[in-house]
Ligand binder design. Structure first.
Ligand code: AMP
Ligand code: ZN
Length: 454
């Protein structure tokens, strides 16, 4: 069986063929760390994590690189507006790196909660200024750049297949002529290096051969992905909003600089939607994982919710929809907790599962196979098969909950233990009832009292 994935570049489902046998280089566009990541952003990273886990399941050695955008992402994805990091730093009265580190820390905590594996390499844009300048110099030497009063721009008309990822039509671009171009030669031209308006005012700026300033948002991903994965690598992922500008420009500048194909497979995750609109930070976002927790949801219930939709299709969020996933996930875990390990694998179900994941990561179908297996009274090998499947689901299906027991309950349990030791059975029963009324159960196991939730 072969792994097939949908490639945005060709608009086709293709059999995945790595550049080097048995190995995969994968770059995932990471967060802009000026604010909390909302559950829409996190849907994108769950998708990349599933892809990574499916590749590992298929026995590939994976090197995943993720960038951290801590400079240069302006409030409009084009080259206008304020730098998101500088704006946040001003607002919060902190320095830009404090902001970046704070939100990156929260982001990594969310990864842990959602059981998303960390990439093999995290790379910050501000720690790779040298590489970005080198890349711009290369482009300049090859005649792809020009200077305006606010920066160094990439001339998209110099590249004959500019826009191939998004299938941008040259005529369509011409039609937008009425847009004020400023000094830009073509609407699609983008900044490689922006000059500081007044050097010394910005918190983050660097010297460069062209003047004091900072790199454009797109150049960081080209420079860092090529540094860690080579000039041509296997897979690049991101949210679907990146197709028309960010990834289009990454391809343009990378291929112009090297003369080689940049990435073989481009994969994009569809949006999380709320009331018919894309969930977005600029519109105030939606919940964070911590906020969902405050509302009584477990992070893995959100992961389950995300897996109920195919990554390439929009997913509608509502608390009601999440509640349905919560119930399904808890029911699933309850059923699984009763399953005994017979040390066998159920090949039939595992094959159905593999077919689903290898078919462009069809997780909704994979979940159906799992449900069919747990409900099949005659099936053997359930435990070990679920263990295999969970390598991809990442839902901790076999882990027993570690419940946190409040001090008050611990005290009652200790009192009951004492009563039992003293053979005061009536008191012990009364204490058990009291514990039950507070929502906890207590069993007398060999190793002592075991506390659970009723
Ligand atoms: P940002 O931190 O804004 O650069 O976004 C991080 C990632 O989240 C990018 O890959 C975006 O494409 C993705 N993203 C943004 N909004 C959504 C959404 N509503 N649903 C899914 N992914 C999103
Ligand atoms: Zn990127």
């Amino acid at each position: 069986m072969a792994l097939k994935i949908y490639n945005t570049l060709t608009r086709k489902k293709e059999v995945f063929k790595p550049i080097v046998k048995g190995k995969v280089g994968m770059y995932t566009c990471g967060p802009t760390v000026y604010w909390y990541q909302h559950i829409g952003n996190l849907r994108s990273y769950i998708f990349a994590d599933i892809l990574r886990k499916v590749l590992l399941y298929n026995n590939y050695k994976v090197k995943q690189v993720m960038n951290v955008t801590d400079v240069g992402h302006l409030t409009s994805d084009a080259d206008e507006g304020e730098d998101k990091m500088e704006k946040a730093a001003k607002k919060e009265g902190k320095n830009a790196q404090e902001i970046a580190n704070y939100y990156l820390k929260l982001f990594r905590e969310d990864f842990k909660k959602l059981n998303i594996s960390e990439p093999d390499v995290w790379c910050k844009a501000t720690e790779h200024i040298k590489e970005q300048i080198e890349l711009i110099k290369k482009l300049e030497k090859k005649g792809f750049t020009y200077k305006t009063k606010d920066g160094i721009y990439f001339d998209t008309s110099k590249l004959k297949d500019y826009g191939k990822l998004a299938r941008l039509k040259k005529e369509g671009l011409q039609a937008g002529k009425r847009i004020d171009l400023g000094e830009k030669k073509n609407i699609t031209d983008f900044a490689l290096w922006k000059f500081s308006e007044k050097p010394g005012v910005r918190q983050q700026e660097w010297n460069s051969p062209w003047g004091v300033g900072f790199p454009g948002w797109h150049i960081e991903c080209s420079a860092m992905s090529m540094k860690y994965l080579g000039e041509n690598f296997d897979i690049h992922t991101g949210g679907e909003d990146h197709i028309s500008v960010h990834h289009t420009n990454e391809i343009a500048q990378s291929e112009a600089a090297t003369g080689k194909k940049f990435v073989n497979y481009w994969l994009h995750g569809a949006f999380l939607m709320f009331k018919g609109e894309k969930v977005s930070k600029s519109k105030g976002g939606l919940y964070t994982i911590s906020e969902l927790e405050e509302k009584g949801f477990e992070p893995l219930e959100y992961r389950y919710f995300v897996l109920t939709a195919h990554y390439g299709k929009p997913l509608n969020f509502s608390l009601g929809n999440l509640e349905a996933s919560k119930n399904a996930y808890q029911r699933l875990k309850n059923i699984i907790s009763e399953i005994k390990d017979d040390k066998k694998i159920n090949k039939d179900y595992l094959e159905q599962f593999e077919e689903a994941i290898d078919n462009n990561l069809d997780m909704p179908n994979a979940l159906q196979v799992l449900w069919k297996l747990v409900r099949d009274e005659k099936a053997s090998g359930k435990y070990q098969t679920i263990k295999e499947m969970d390598k991809v689901f990442g839902l901790k299906l076999l882990e027993k909950e570690e419940i946190s027991v409040p001090d008050e309950i611990k005290k009652l349990v200790a009192e009951r233990e004492k009563a039992r030791k003293n053979k005061e059975w009536k008191l012990a029963d009364e204490l058990r009832e009291k514990i039950n009324r507070k929502g906890y159960s207590v069993d007398d196991a060999d190793e002592g009292a075991r506390v659970g939730k009723v």
